[in-house]
Design a protein around this ligand. Sequence first.
Ligand code: PGA
Length: 251
Amino acid sequence: MRKKYIIGNWKMNLSKNEALSLVKETISVVDGNVKANIVFAPPFIFLNEISDLCKIKSGFSVSAQDCSSNELGAFTGEVSSKMISSAGVSYVIIGHSERRSNFKETDEILNLKIQQALQNKLQIIFCCGETLEQRENDSYLDIISTQLSNTIFKLGVDSFKNIIIAYEPIWAIGTGKTASSLQAQEMHAYIRSLISNNFDKNISDNTSVIYGGSCKPSNAKEIFEQDDIDGGLIGGASLNSSDFISLIKLF
Ligand code: PGA
């Protein structure tokens, strides 16, 4: 059975004190019966301490928001997958639309990052998503198919088992405008059919495909109830404990 996830992508937000109290509060309130894996994706500088806090309770872990496309060396400011892994972190987000657009990350760069992450035994939260224009001109299914074919569908089966796919329509990220549960389910079922065609049905059935884009307690229930949706990648609503805890409690 495939795993469910609630992943908080903090982006470049929160001070150290705010970060630690959010995590402590979440861990103390959420009981062990929750059926989703809960992952905090803080900025690099907080990963170590939050990783230690997460060891207190099962079901909690941490993710990096990015990793370098290089293995090591003279790359000032970069953090390698090996460093991330050696700090006890198990996940990394790759391909987020903000990195694709703000930092000009191409499929070629993403593929290098994927290789680095896999070599260092990280699980990859791989993001894909279409723009508003692509949604409105009805090319959105093809866009997602191309994004996946150019990257994670090039992997062998054993590597692909380390991938969680996050479908994040760009027009829904940080806009307060979420995809309807029907729009999200349509895309998730489509992604699952692509996995099935590229690998096989068993792999497709066992790959977690999560939704991201303005998820909040008031709209997420219906989205998470859809057959092919295995949880959420949460931005804004992961920054305060009461919203994040409410989202976790949907599982
Ligand atoms: P949002 O961000 O929930 O603030 O829309 C989601 C994301 O970018 O992962």
